[in-house]
Design a protein around this ligand. Structure first.
Ligand SMILES: [Zn+2]
Length: 272
């Protein structure tokens, strides 16, 4: 069955993405603090007042409240509306690319593509704020990716790759960074990468298959290297620990959306 992806589809995906972004804000705030993401209800971290429905609308509430808590006036970080907007925007980009890649028809595999995007967004924000990639997200994230792709053994509608590719992806993703990190430790006596980075590349392998692992790492190394050089030239960045997670997430997301274009581009690069 072919269903043309309509403009109302994009609007729906965008609005749904805003709501997911609102939930991701809760995840980003609470998971590193080891708090439940379900209870208690959303509240101001300063005065504890529970948000009323109109104070909990993505982006709009932040604008209406002019970035301050209604009760105590404490500032609400711009990260909140920013993550909501980003999640909405990225969700629309995924739907748009999915429609193009699949001849403008609606596919069930859009759902795991969106879920993968949201997990990467949450991990990126947490890593930027805390320099950590929590096991509470990376481990179940890896398992969910593997299960979704294993569902292809019964029905291929949801899967992004095969079960075997996913399993090899975990081994290759985790294993390759483990080798790099171990070699780095042996040579310098310093820890170059956190265990979270290993699990994040394993997670990308679980969702996209082993074929995506190398170029995800390549994109992460190049983009991370460029930013590090820019920071050094700007006089910043020395002795400043730059988390690697956001670059791995970027690489994984680009490999989700443009795998063929990136492989072609890389081969072109090799060929001079
Ligand atoms: Zn307050």
């Amino acid at each position: 069955m072919t269903v043309i992806f309509p403009i109302t589809g994009y609007i729906f995906v965008g609005l749904f993405g805003l709501l997911i972004g609102s939930f991701l804000n809760v995840v980003v705030h609470r998971v590193p603090r080891r708090e439940s993401i379900i209870r208690p209800a959303s509240h101001c971290p300063h005065c504890g007042h529970v948000l009323r429905a109109w104070e909990n609308i993505p982006v709009l509430s932040w604008l209406l409240l002019r970035g301050r808590c209604h009760d105590c006036g404490s500032p609400i970080a711009w990260r909140y509306p920013a993550l909501e907007l980003l999640t909405g925007l990225f969700s629309v980009v995924v739907a748009w690319q999915w429609a193009i890649h699949h001849a403008m028809s609606l596919r069930w595999s859009l759902l795991p593509a969106l879920l993968f995007t949201w997990i990467l967004l949450a991990l990126t924000m947490i890593d930027l704020e805390t320099q950590l990639l929590p096991d509470r997200i990376t481990k179940p994230g890896m398992l969910i990716g593997l299960l979704i792709n294993a569902s292809a053994l019964l029905w291929s509608g949801l899967a992004l790759t095969t079960a075997w590719n996913a399993l090899l992806g975990i081994v290759l993703g985790y294993g390759s960074l483990w080798l790099l990190a171990t070699a780095y430790l042996k040579m310098t006596g310093k820890h170059g990468m956190g265990g979270g980075d290993l699990k994040l590349l394993g997670l990308v392998g679980a969702w996209l298959g082993w074929q995506a692992v190398f170029l995800t790492l390549f994109i992460a190394a190049v983009s991370g290297g460029l930013v590090a050089v820019a920071l050094l030239l700007g006089g910043k960045g020395r002795d400043y620990a730059i988390p690697f997670g956001p670059y791995l997430a970027l690489g994984g997301w680009l490999m989700l959306l443009w795998p063929h274009e990136i492989v072609q581009g890389y081969l072109h690069l090799l060929g001079g």
